[in-house]
Write a protein that binds this ligand. Structure first.
Ligand code: PLP
Ligand code: COI
Length: 371
């Protein structure tokens, strides 16, 4: 292992990063084999980035080191009380070879909101962006160039203080790891089926639903397994047993016959950056967009009358994926045919066009990471 002692200049965020190169990094051939068929979340790049936070010292000890196990005491608070948050965003390879990411300041801001809810310290946006740049500086070769592939970046923060009392930890760690990614759903961009969970809720009023915290995902695993048992790809949660909320790992949008797009409004769902962007693109095309409460009965009746012609899921991992079917214990909604997925697919095409640099970035959403 080569330690390059920190003689380099401070980064834009004013940090001096200590970089330790991974001497056991994958060879170019090994990396190419992985990038040829990355799947989602299966492989990790050669390095990771981390910083520590303490009550007294604030954010300190910025490091780039070989990807590998994290040492924690068994009493580390995160292992007991789940004081943890994360983010997800992608790095895209553009035609000119540059590496760019999509609206990272929004992820940074959301991580700050999640941190506030989970009583974790706020990571300044400049450090968040810097941390992504540092990882790309050593692992840029891991950003794939095949269509629809990217490098998924996973920043996360957790309570590492060794203490069993129940209070906000005074020692916290922040890391970024990266994983080359293809389509989230196996089978590519086909309409997916979703299962309506009526037995389990994801979040409640005043809970942590709007935060990107591991506990929300832990509570979605059982209903997600139920979805899989019913042959469905994702689970849809309801608010108060009535209002559409979101899927286990993505937001939902309904498509009306007149082109109006409706998405659930609630303080218990994760405010998706993809959803916000796709709805902006739809507004740019002249679509009416509504963010409001939507009951499951409205969807059911609208689908039966023909007023609602489709639905789609959206998120960093899922991008935009048409929903072909909603299956519930005692009913089913089917959005068959091309009309229902046409709009979703054309919005996906436009969004990915911007993300991969094929279309003009008219909203100024892209940020370069490799320069
Ligand atoms: N909702 C949940 C529960 C998610 O996990 C995600 C994915 O991050 C989203 C919504 C969509 O958020 P974004 O578009 O910012 O990725
Ligand atoms: C993301 O889209 O970034 C998520 O965190 C969702 C998860 C299903 C991977």
């Amino acid at each position: 292992m080569t330690v390059n002692l920190p003689l380099q200049a401070p980064s834009a965020a004013g940090l001096v990063w200590n970089v330790t190169r991974n001497d056991a990094a994958k060879t170019a051939e090994e990396r190419a084999a992985i990038l040829a068929d990355p799947g989602f979340g299966n492989h990790f790049t050669d390095h990771m980035v981390d910083l520590c936070w303490s009550e007294k010292g604030g954010w300190h000890r910025p490091r780039v080191s070989p990807y590998g196990p994290i040492q924690l005491e068994p009493s580390a608070a995160v292992l007991h009380y789940a004081q943890e948050i994360f983010e997800g965003l992608k790095a895209y390879r553009h035609g000119d070879g540059s590496i760019r990411t999509f609206r990272p300041y929004e992820n940074a801001a959301r991580m700050q909101r999640s941190a506030a809810r989970l009583a974790l310290p706020a990571l300044p946006s400049e450090i968040f962006i810097d941390s992504l740049r540092q990882l790309i500086a050593v692992d840029g070769d891991w950003v794939p160039s095949a269509p629809e592939t990217s490098l998924y970046l996973r920043p996360f923060m957790f309570a590492k203080e060794a203490f069993l009392g129940v209070r906000p930890a005074k020692k916290v760690a922040y890391y970024v790891i990266a994983s080359p990614a293809a389509a989230y759903f196996t089978g590519g961009v086909q309409p997916v089926s979703i299962w309506l969970s009526t037995k389990y809720a994801r979040a409640g009023k005043g809970g942590t639903g709007a935060a990107k915290t591991g506990g929300n995902y832990a509570s979605s695993l059982l209903p997600q397994a139920e979805a899989a048992e019913h042959g469905c790809h994702q689970v849809l949660f309801l608010d108060e047993g009535t209002y559409l909320e979101e899927l286990g790992g993505m937001n939902i949008v309904l498509v009306f016959k007149d082109g109006t797009l409706v998405t659930p409004e609630s303080d218990s769902i994760l405010e998706g950056i993809t959803r916000d962007s796709v709805l902006q693109l739809a507004r740019d095309r002249g679509h009416d967009v509504e963010s409001r409460k939507v009951t499951i009965d409205e969807w059911r009746e609208g689908a039966a009358s023909g007023d609602i012609v489709g639905a789609f899921a959206c998120g960093t991992a899922a991008v935009v994926t048409p929903i072909g079917r909603l299956l519930a214990e005692d009913f089913e909604i089917v959005h068959a045919g091309s009309a229902s997925s046409e709009l979703a697919l054309s919005l996906r095409e436009e969004l990915t066009g911007i993300q991969y640099g094929r279309l003009e970035d008219r909203h100024g959403w892209m940020t370069r990471l490799d320069a």
